[in-house]
Design a protein around this ligand. Structure first.
Ligand SMILES: Cc1cc2nc3c(=O)[nH]c(=O)nc-3n(C[C@H](O)[C@H](O)[C@H](O)COP(=O)(O)OP(=O)(O)OC[C@H]3O[C@@H](n4cnc5c(N)ncnc54)[C@H](O)[C@@H]3O)c2cc1C
Length: 420
C-alpha cells in the first residue's frame, strides 16, 4: 500500500507519470521492475482505479461493479511516489509540470497518459436525466449498473443505443451492450415487441471491415435497425425523447427526434482539456507522439500512451498492454543516451459480446490490419473468447499488466487474402 506523499515545490524525479489508469500503472510497474533504483513519481487524483472493460459486463448483469474497482494506492508499486493531485499545465522546455494546486514538479523523463475526456455536456439535457428515466450509460461508473436495471425492466417498446463520432474508447462497446440487451430480451420472450435501434454518427458498423459481416449478421439476428450518420445532440428524460443531428444523402444536416423507453448513451469523447490546451497536443488535441516509438514528436523527454495518445490505434486497454513495454524500453534507452528502437505496431483488440456466452474477438493493428492471437477464425462468435473476456482478460489486467509482467500472447498479421 502506497501512501500519498507531500511534495516540496521544487521536487524532481527521474521519471514522472501523469495518470494512474491502465497505462500509468502498467508503465510504473514495468519501470520499477526494469530499474529498481529509478526515482519515479505517479500523479493521479483518484483513489479508486477502475477496470473499465468490465463495465460492459456490469451493464449486462454479468459482473458486479465492485469487481471492476480497486484502491489506487494498492496498485501503485512500492517505492513509486504517489502524488495525489491533478496536472494542470506543462512546461516542456523546463522539464516541469504544474499541478492544479500550484505545486511544480520536475522530471528527466515524462510519461503522459491521463486517458480521455467524456464530454457529457455536449448532449443537451443529458446530465439532468442520466441515471433515471430509462437513460443509462456503460461509460460511467455511476450509471453502468443502471443499464442492467433498464434492460431488466423493459417489457417491450423502443430501445435506442447511440454511438458518437470517433475516436472513442473501445469503439465496439456501444454495440456490445445492444447485443447483450437484445439477447436478454430474446430469452425473456420480449424481443419481438421491442424495437431495437443503433443510432451511430459514423457510416460503418465497425471500423475494421473484416468483422462487419459477422456483426451485421448479429444485428439481423436480433432484428435491430441501424441508423447511420445520426449523432445524439439532446435528451429529454421526462418526455422520453432523444434528438439526433442527421446527415442526409445529399450532405445536408437536419434534426430528428425519436421517442424511447430505454436509451443507452455513449458520450462524445475528446482529449482532456489540459492536454488540448498544452504545447504537447497535436491539431486534434491529443498527445503528439510518434506512432511507432510513442515518443513526443517535438519533446524528446516526453512519451505518451493510452487513450490520450494521438495515435490511430483502437483506444483500448489491449492497446495499452502492447504500448507499455515499448514506452518503457524507449524511455530507458533515452535515459541511457541510446537510440529509441522499440516499435508499437498499433495493436488493439475489441471483444464484441454478441450474446451471453459468445464473443467475436476483433484484433487489429494500424491501418486495420487483422492480427489474431488465436488459431481460429475470430469472426465466428466463440465461447472460448467469452471465457477470455469474462475471466482471463480481467485476471491478465490485474495480475499481469498492472504488475508489470509480460503477457506473452503474440498476435500474427493475417495475410491480405484471408483478411479480405
Ligand atoms: C464501457 C467501456 C468498455 C471498454 N471495453 C474495453 C474492452 O473490452 N477491451 C479493452 O481493451 N478496452 C476497453 N475499454 C477501454 C479501456 O478501458 C481504456 O482504453 C483504458 O482504460 C485506457 O487506459 P488509460 O490509462 O489511457 O486511461 P484510463 O484507464 O482512463 O486512466 C486515465 C487516468 O488518468 C487520470 N487523470 C485524468 N486527468 C488527470 C490529470 N489532470 N492529472 C493526473 N491524472 C489524471 C484519471 O484519473 C485516470 O485514472 C473500455 C472502456 C469503457 C468505458
Amino acid at each position: 500500500m502506497t501512501a500519498p506523499q507531500t511534495i516540496a515545490e521544487t521536487d524532481r524525479f527521474t521519471v514522472v507519470i501523469v495518470g494512474g489508469g491502465a497505462a500509468g500503472i502498467s508503465v510504473a510497474a514495468r519501470l520499477r521492475k526494469a530499474r529498481p533504483s529509478l526515482s519515479i513519481a505517479l500523479i493521479e487524483p483518484a483513489t479508486t482505479h477502475a477496470y473499465q472493460p468490465g463495465w460492459t459486463l456490469v451493464g449486462a448483469g454479468v459482473m458486479p461493479m465492485r469487481q471492476t474497482l480497486r484502491q489506487e494506492g494498492g496498485l501503485i508499486p512500492s517505492d513509486v511516489t504517489w502524488i495525489r493531485g491533478a496536472v494542470e499545465t506543462f512546461q516542456p522546455d523546463e522539464n516541469a509540470i504544474t499541478l492544479v494546486d500550484g505545486r511544480r514538479i520536475g522530471y528527466r523523463r515524462l510519461v503522459v497518459c491521463p486517458g480521455l475526456q467524456l464530454d457529457w455536456d455536449k448532449i443537451e439535457g443529458l446530465r439532468e436525466t442520466l441515471g433515471k428515466n430509462g437513460v443509462c450509460s456503460n461509460y460511467s461508473r455511476d450509471t453502468a449498473e443502471y443499464t442492467w436495471t433498464c434492460i431488466q425492466s423493459l417489457r417491450g417498446g423502443v430501445a435506442l443505443f447511440t454511438q458518437p463520432p470517433m475516436p472513442i474508447k473501445c469503439a465496439g462497446a456501444p454495440q456490445k451492450i445492444l447485443y447483450l440487451a437484445s439477447d436478454y430480451w430474446r430469452k425473456q420472450g420480449t424481443l419481438d415487441r421491442t424495437q431495437v435501434e443503433f443510432n451511430l454518427a459514423g457510416d460503418v458498423l465497425f471500423g475494421v471491415g473484416h468483422f462487419v459481416p459477422a456483426l451485421q449478421k448479429m444485428i439481423d439476428f436480433y432484428g435491430a435497425h441501424v441508423h447511420y450518420k445520426e449523432n445524439l445532440i439532446a435528451v429529454d428524460g421526462t418526455t422520453k425523447t432523444a434528438t439526433f443531428s442527421v446527415v442526409g444523402p445529399d450532405g445536408t444536416t437536419s434534426n430528428v427526434t425519436r421517442t424511447f423507453d430505454m436509451l443507452h448513451v455513449v458520450p462524445p469523447q475528446s482529449a482532456p482539456d489540459f492536454i488540448k490546451n498544452s504545447p504537447l497536443s497535436n491539431t486534434g488535441g491529443w498527445v503528439d507522439v510518434d506512432p511507432a516509438t510513442l515518443r513526443h514528436v517535438r519533446y524528446d523527454t516526453i512519451f505518451g500512451l493510452g487513450d490520450a495518445a494521438g495515435t490511430t490505434n483502437a483506444k483500448t486497454a489491449a492497446a495499452v498492454r502492447a504500448q507499455a513495454p515499448v514506452v518503457v524500453e524507449n524511455l530507458l534507452a533515452s535515459l541511457d543516451g541510446k537510440p529509441v528502437e522499440g516499435h508499437y505496431d498499433g495493436y488493439g483488440a475489441c471483444p464484441l459480446t454478441v450474446s451471453y456466452g459468445r464473443v467475436v474477438l476483433a484484433e487489429f493493428l494500424y491501418g486495420g490490419k487483422v492480427a489474431p492471437s488465436f488459431p481460429y477464425d475470430q469472426r465466428k462468435p466463440s465461447r472460448f473468447a467469452w471465457m477470455l473476456k469474462t475471466k482471463v482478460f480481467p485476471s491478465v489486467y490485474w495480475n499481469m499488466m498492472l504488475t508489470g509482467r509480460d503477457v506473452a500472447i503474440p498476435h500474427k498479421v493475417l495475410d491480405a487474402e484471408k483478411a479480405g
